[in-house]
Design a protein around this ligand. Structure first.
Ligand SMILES: *Cc1c(COP(=O)(O)O)cnc(C)c1O
Length: 271
């Protein structure tokens, strides 16, 4: 989507591990405003309305005190990638009833019960078994859940998500689950400083969405594209992201390398 007369947007992955820790409400306000400004600039480059992009702050691994500062700075939904950790934080923060939770990481069926209880959104739907488990638990709770289908656009074995060619058939099965409100697709791009390779992952997700939207079963909306994180959200917006999931640029660097959160090949049962 970039044009020839503009320099191509770079990834911010080289800043990885150097994001300063947010330690006050002011720090959070400052970081949120800085990210929003970059979102607006990316939108402007490609003629999009900044209101068409939702910023999802990602609080995984951060302590409750830090989440409370984010709340005080205005955050009303937080993304967490592990259901157990998210559930614990939700329980501890019951005094903030308007704080919502988005689970953005792979789910094991035995954790569906937790997610059905507290989450408003689940962005990593990648199997029929998880859809069935969530549906059953949501029915029992009398709740619904916004869901995104996770797609593996990088081809890396270490990434969860359906292969692009499996998504159409999977989406066709989803109207059977009345508690799941299908909103769109989600992906994690290749983790690379090579901006063009990262961009291709986003282009792939958008192309798939555009193609599937024409044949989407009734009740299934594929309007949303959740793609882009601290290192690459500007590129994702240039390629059509409607949700960007940003952790470190708001909360500060995480102590552990990303391989700690995303299992490497051969270790996919963990997490
Ligand atoms: C951690 C995480 C993010 C955010 O990554 P940052 O580098 O902290 O911005 C986004 N999406 C998923 C699925 C994640 O697990």
């Amino acid at each position: 989507m970039t044009t020839d007369n503009q320099p191509a947007t770079d990834t911010l992955h080289d800043q990885h591990g150097r994001w300063p820790q947010a330690e006050s409400v002011e720090d959070f306000r400052h970081n949120l405003a800085a990210v929003q400004a970059r979102i607006a600039a990316a939108c402007q480059r490609v003629g999009r309305d900044p209101a068409s992009v939702r910023l999802l702050p990602v609080s995984k691994t951060k302590p409750e005190a830090s989440l409370r500062l984010a709340y005080a700075a205005g955050c009303r939904i937080l993304g967490e990638n592990k259901s157990q950790e998210a559930y614990g934080k939700w329980e501890a923060m019951q005094d903030l009833p308007d704080l919502q939770w988005s689970v953005i990481g792979h789910l094991q069926t035995n954790k569906a019960k937790l997610v059905a209880r507290f989450a408003t959104e689940f962005q990593a739907l990648d199997s029929l078994r998880v859809a069935e488990a969530l549906e059953r638990r949501l029915q029992a709770e009398g709740r619904g859940l916004d869901v995104f289908v996770q797609v593996n656009t990088s081809g890396e074995a270490s990434k969860y998500g359906l292969a692009p060619n499996e998504v159409a058939a999977f989406v066709r099965t989803l109207p059977a689950f009345s508690a799941l409100r299908v909103r769109g697709l989600m992906t994690l791009a290749l983790f690379s400083a090579e901006a063009e390779q990262v961009r291709q992952c986003f282009v792939r997700l958008r192309g798939l969405r555009d193609q599937l939207r024409q044949q989407a079963p009734s009740g299934v909306s594929l309007d949303e594209l959740s793609m882009g994180m601290s290192g690459d959200y500007e590129i994702a917006i240039e390629e059509g992201a409607t949700v960007v999931r940003v952790g470190q640029a708001i909360f500060g660097a995480r102590a552990m390398p990303d391989s700690h959160y995303w299992p490497v090949a051969g270790d996919r049962a963990a997490g």
